[in-house]
Every structure is written in structure tokens, then in C-alpha cells.
Design a protein around this ligand. Structure first.
Ligand code: ZN
Length: 501
């Protein structure tokens, strides 16, 4: 058995090498590649992806998994080998149960839908993509049907990014969250809107980048195993557990853009850097779900990086760097500016409080499209209706309505959005658990020290990689299922104080 397990691990490492090489090509494409490289680069990444897929779905891997099943059955659930075989089997099923023709139909369709969306959105022409989106919904249903036995048709699609989560439990969690958020947003916006003009002056790029990097180094992002480069749409990527990179973009007329994207991506990166090294190259050597990943980025970006204690320490340093811009702006004004709450039409620009409302709208619409309770042709009006009821706003057109996000036009309908809000909910739950273990964490943060918090996260979240699903991790940490209570309490405390609610 040990020989077979070693053989499986060797194969998985080889497959991982191909995937990581493709990631490096992708990072280069998004950072330094000259435009002339685009066509060949697309082909090269597709080649590596195809080779990895072929190797993974091979008869050999299938036979090894079959042969190792009796061994897995003898192990305790918590055993590393049991987890490795369980996760590998999940990935193998996902890679093999979708027929090759359906997969290639989906990929070809995605390319066409994305192309059409890039034209239709600036033209505000939903009609042009309506039949394509209709087909996306149909293909998404067919993919879901490759995994029979689900409770809700979205479950198999949610499983791709948030393994083990179910549409019904997420819907219940989100309904509860929405009930708490809508009045909170209303109470805040009934007051005068915070003034964030201090952030909209001119801030030289190099100084912005240096300041952000100084903070994330102090957070614990290891630059011997990481680096930051500039890109159009910030992301985190990795090529091994020893090389986990972040990217950012700078706006010289908006101080918050690069700074908070750096803190966000560093949160993702520290998670990956903290995974046990012996998981390298296996399906366990990666963050466990999109929700847990987002919990880490949001925790370092918002709960830490937008807290008053944090800026009590760092604001004098920021003022020293940007003395002509911020020298006369007091801490309170700055703190209010970076925590300005204002309902808006665009998800990616939304503040900490209203952000979840954007996500929940999309999640509900996805489920309705998949269920067939909402027709694609009615999506634009359904979108506007929900923005009106949840955020009190109506987009003037579909450009900032149903055409806003790329997700439905480059992949499936279903499973694309819930991770963002699950991440916020989990960030509150994990931080709460860390505070219960170490009450001194806020005092440390107010002194620019993060060792206790980072250490707790490494111990309880990071090191496990994908050994536990999100639900298992939450259960292990909090002793119960995922609940919104700590996250809501966090928001109500913070914004209650800020807005005298
Ligand atoms: Zn993120």
C-alpha cells in the first residue's frame, strides 16, 4: 500500500508541476508579458492545462485510487493519508464525471460568451448576450446533472469552489444576514455620508507601494517566499509553497486602491505560505475553499487593516510619508474616510457593510436561473428590482446591472459568488475565536504587532491546507456550524460606534 501511495503522490506532484508552470505563465501574462506574446501564451497555457488534465484523469490514477480505497477505509478520518485520498477522489470525480464532449462544448461556449460580453457591456446590449446566457444556464444544469443525488441543482456547482456547502444552508445563512444588514445600512445612510476626499488627493506611486509592502511584511508575509508586482486586476498566485506572489494596482488619485488591495492579497498569500510543507504538490497543499480563502483576505484587509487600533499605530507613519496631503487631516477623519459606507451600484467598489448585499443578490438570482424560476430574459428587471429593494438604488442601464460582472460570461451560472460573503462571515467567526484564545490581540495590533493573530491563524487555519473542508474547519474551531453571529456583532460594534447608532 505504501508503494502505491508513493506512486500516487509522485503522479500528483508531476501534475501539480504542470499546473504550477501554467500559473507562472499566467502570472507573467498579467504582469510583464509584452502584448505580442498573447496568442502563443494562450496556446502554451492550454497545452499545459490539457497535459495536466490527461495525466490526472488517466487510468493509472483511477486504478491507484481504487487500489488504495481499502487502505483509506482502515484509517481514522483525521489521518493525513485519509484526507489526501478523500480530496484526490473528489477532484478525480469532478474531472472524470463530466463527459469530454460536454466539457469542450462548455469551454468553447465560454470563450464565445466572454467575447460577446466584452462587446455587449459597453453597448448596454443585454439582448445580444441573452441567448448565450440562456445556453450557459443549460450547460450549467447539464454539468450539475453529471453529479446526481444533489438536493439542489446548484449544489454540485457550489461544490467546485466551496466543497461541502449546500445551496439551502447558504440561502438560510444569507437570508439571516440580509435581515440584519438591510436595517444597518439604512441606519447608517440615514446619517450624513462620511467625507473621503482626503483619500482622493495625489499620492506618488512609489511611496504608496513602499508603504503597503512595509505593512504586509509586518503582518508576516514572507518576502523570501513572495513578492509583489503590478497588474490590472490584483490577484494572488503561487508556484509552490515557497513562492507565493501578490499583485496590486496603483491609482495616484486614490490612496485606498493599492493599499487595501495589497493588504487583501497578502491575506490570501499568508494563508498559502502557512500550509504544511509536507502537503506540497498534493491536493492538500492549497487553501481549502474560496470562502475560507476570502475569509483570510478580508480579515487582514478589513478587520485588521480598517480598524481604529491599527491606524492609531500606522497613521502617524502614513502622515510622515504623505505630509503635504495628510499632515492636516486628523486620525478620526481618516478612519471615517476608509470606512465610508454608501450604497452603490458596483460590487467591486462596495464598502465593507454593503458588499454582502451585492453578493447575495447575485447568489439568489443564480439559484433562480438554475431552478428555472427566473427566465434569462427577465434577469435585467429582476436585477433592478433587487437593487431597489436591498440597496435603494436602480442602475440607469444593464451595463451596471445584469451585465456588470464577468463571472456569468466566462464560466457557469452557479457557484461563482457565494464564496465572497461566506468569506466575510467566516472572517468574523475566525477572528472571534482568535480573540477568545488571545484577548491581547487588539492591543498588539494597536502597537503594529501581529504575531499572536498570525500565529493563531497558522495553527488553526493555514497549516491544514485542504485537509479539512470549510465546514469541518469551522466546526473544529468554533465547535458548531457556520453562524453569522460573530460577523454581525463585529459590524454592529464597529459601525455602531462610527455612526453613533
Ligand atoms: Zn480575494
Amino acid at each position: 500500500m505504501q508503494k502505491k501511495l508513493a506512486e500516487l503522490k509522485n503522479r500528483l506532484m508531476e501534475i501539480n508541476d504542470l499546473q504550477m508552470a501554467a500559473s507562472l505563465l499566467n502570472w507573467d501574462q498579467s504582469t510583464y508579458m509584452p502584448p505580442g506574446g498573447a496568442v502563443a501564451r494562450g496556446r502554451q497555457m492550454a497545452t499545459l492545462g490539457r497535459l495536466a488534465h490527461e495525466k490526472f484523469t488517466s487510468l493509472e490514477v483511477g486504478n491507484l485510487l481504487d487500489a488504495l480505497r481499502p487502505y483509506a477505509d482502515t484509517l481514522p478520518y483525521d489521518h493525513d493519508d485519509a484526507a489526501l485520498l478523500r480530496r484526490t477522489q473528489t477532484d478525480f470525480d469532478q474531472a472524470t464525471k463530466i463527459p469530454a464532449e460536454l466539457l469542450s462544448e462548455l469551454l468553447a461556449h465560454n470563450a464565445a460568451a466572454y467575447q460577446a460580453w466584452t462587446v455587449a457591456r459597453p453597448e448596454n446590449n443585454f439582448k445580444a448576450v441573452e441567448p448565450l446566457l440562456q445556453k450557459t444556464v443549460e450547460l450549467s444544469r447539464r454539468v450539475a446533472d453529471c453529479f446526481p443525488g444533489y438536493d439542489h441543482i446548484a449544489d454540485p456547482l457550489i461544490d467546485f469552489s466551496d466543497e461541502g456547502m449546500k445551496a439551502e444552508s447558504i440561502r438560510a445563512l444569507f437570508a439571516e444576514l440580509r435581515q440584519a444588514m438591510v436595517p444597518l445600512v439604512k441606519a447608517i445612510t440615514d446619517q450624513s455620508v462620511a467625507d473621503d476626499s482626503c483619500l482622493k488627493q495625489t499620492f506618488p506611486e512609489d511611496d504608496q507601494l513602499a508603504f503597503g509592502m512595509k505593512i504586509v511584511k509586518q503582518y508576516g508575509y514572507d518576502l523570501a517566499r513572495g513578492r509583489q508586482d503590478k497588474t490590472h486586476h490584483p490577484f494572488m498566485t503561487k508556484f509552490s509553497l515557497g513562492d507565493v506572489r501578490i499583485t496590486t494596482r496603483v491609482k495616484e488619485n486614490d490612496l485606498s486602491e493599492a493599499l487595501f488591495s495589497t493588504l487583501h492579497e497578502a491575506g490570501h498569500a499568508m494563508y498559502e505560505q502557512g500550509i504544511r510543507l509536507d502537503f506540497e504538490g498534493t491536493p492538500l497543499g492549497v487553501g481549502t475553499s474560496s470562502g475560507v480563502h476570502e475569509s483570510q483576505s478580508r480579515l487582514w484587509e478589513n478587520i485588521v487593516g480598517r480598524s481604529r487600533g491599527f491606524w492609531q499605530h500606522y497613521y502617524p507613519q502614513l502622515q510622515a510619508v504623505f505630509s503635504s496631503q495628510l499632515g492636516q487631516v486628523d486620525l478620526d477623519t481618516f478612519y471615517r474616510a476608509i470606512n465610508k459606507v454608501q450604497p452603490s451600484l458596483i460590487r467591486t467598489d462596495a464598502d465593507e457593510v454593503t458588499y454582502n448585499l451585492h453578493v447575495m443578490i447575485r447568489f439568489d438570482l443564480e439559484l433562480q436561473l438554475l431552478e428555472g424560476t427566473l427566465a434569462v430574459k427577465d434577469l435585467p428587471e429582476a436585477w433592478h428590482g433587487r437593487y431597489q429593494s436591498d440597496l435603494g438604488l436602480r442602475a440607469p442601464d444593464d451595463r451596471d446591472g445584469a451585465l456588470q460582472d464577468v463571472h456569468w460570461f466566462m464560466g457557469m451560472v452557479g457557484g461563482a459568488f457565494q464564496g465572497y460573503t461566506l468569506g466575510n462571515i467566516m472572517s468574523g467567526l475566525f477572528y472571534d475565536a482568535a480573540l477568545k484564545a488571545h484577548q491581547e490581540i487588539p492591543d498588539e495590533i494597536a502597537q503594529g504587532q501581529f504575531g499572536l493573530l498570525h500565529g493563531w491563524l497558522k495553527e488553526n487555519v493555514y497549516q491544514h491546507g485542504r485537509k479539512y473542508t470549510a465546514n469541518e474547519l469551522v466546526e473544529k474551531i468554533s465547535g458548531g456550524p457556520l453562524t453569522i453571529a460573530p460577523y454581525i456583532a463585529y459590524l454592529q460594534n464597529k459601525f455602531g460606534e462610527l455612526y453613533n447608532l
